[in-house]
Every structure is written in structure tokens, then in C-alpha cells.
Design a protein around this ligand. Structure first.
Ligand code: SLL
Length: 155
């Protein structure tokens, strides 16, 4: 790693649980999240995590993490920890996750996560009543901030 770069470890993914007796076509409760690795607080360097859900989630009024909001797009901005969205639904889809940093000179980082509701056979998990976890580790590569107090003194 060149000296002007450093990394921060994150974990992102989804956890889905079947609803026992669904009253609507929503069959699963799920959470999609971005967290620090080993429980590290990431809010000191991450300003916002945006989760872009499937277009079927773009409805004029809906409840996001317990708060009723007007939502004209399927993109949900979370500005404080925990950086997560809790929802219910019926289908699997790809979620676009965008991380924005407090330091405006760090470019936002965007990646995709596929929400999984159903266990894959190759994971050896066949019972559909169990929670389905799909979790990944990643390292964010950040630029070192050049304006350290030392450099300011020097200037
Ligand atoms: C597809 N896999 O690619 C499907 C899309 C979308 C799931 C699945 C909506 C819930 C709601 C929901 O679960 N969508 O209506 O609030 O076409």
C-alpha cells in the first residue's frame, strides 16, 4: 500500500428471515447493512450510506426503519449508525450501496449486494424456515489527508 493510502475494514450484507404467517405477499423480513469489521464504529469517517432498492419499493409513502416518510425513489439515505435498512418483501434483487465520507476529498464508493431470501443448496442449508445470511468483508482504500497539523505549521 503506497504511503498516501490507508484501508478501513467493513462488512456488508443482508439477513433475511421468513415471516411465519404472511398476511400480505411479503414473505420475508430482511435487513441490508454496512458495518465496521469487528464492531468498529464507522460513523467517524462515513457520513452516509445510500441503499438503492428495487423499483417496486418506490412508493409515495412508506415506513423506513419505523418512520413514515415520503419516498419518490427507491434510494434510501442513512446518515447515522447503524447504516442499515429494515424492510419486508417477497423477492430477491440487487441492491446498490453507496458510501459517502465526511472528508469531501474522498470519492464515494459504490458497489452491489444481492439480497438473498432463500438458502442456496450449495451452502448445505435447505430448510427455508431459517434466517439466510449473505455477508461479505471488504477494505475501503482511502487517501491520507494531507493537511496534518504538522504540515500546516510548516506552511
Ligand atoms: C426481479 N427478483 O428481478 C425480482 C424483483 C423485487 C422484490 C424482486 C417489493 C415489496 C413491496 C419486493 O419485495 N420486491 O412491494 O414493497 O424482477
Amino acid at each position: 500500500m503506497p504511503g498516501n493510502r490507508y484501508t478501513r475494514s467493513i462488512v456488508y450484507g443482508s439477513l433475511a428471515v421468513p415471516i411465519k404467517k404472511p398476511e400480505t405477499d411479503h414473505t420475508h423480513k430482511w435487513t441490508v447493512y454496512v458495518r465496521g469489521f469487528n464492531g468498529e464504529d464507522i460513523s467517524y469517517y462515513i457520513k452516509r450510506v445510500s441503499f438503492k432498492l428495487h423499483d417496486s419499493f418506490a412508493q409515495p409513502v412508506r415506513s423506513i426503519n419505523g418512520t413514515v416518510v415520503e419516498l419518490l425513489t427507491s434510494e434510501i439515505d442513512i446518515d447515522e449508525a447503524p447504516f442499515e435498512v429494515n424492510e419486508t418483501g417477497w423477492g430477491e434483487f440487487q441492491i446498490q450501496i453507496k458510501i459517502t465520507f465526511h472528508d469531501p476529498s474522498q470519492r464515494p464508493v459504490t458497489f452491489n449486494h444481492t439480497l438473498k431470501l432463500h438458502p442456496s443448496e450449495d451452502l448445505g442449508q435447505l430448510k427455508t424456515s431459517k434466517p439466510v445470511l449473505s455477508e461479505f468483508y471488504d477494505e475501503l482504500v482511502l487517501k491520507r489527508i494531507l493537511l496534518s497539523p504538522y504540515i500546516l505549521d510548516y506552511w
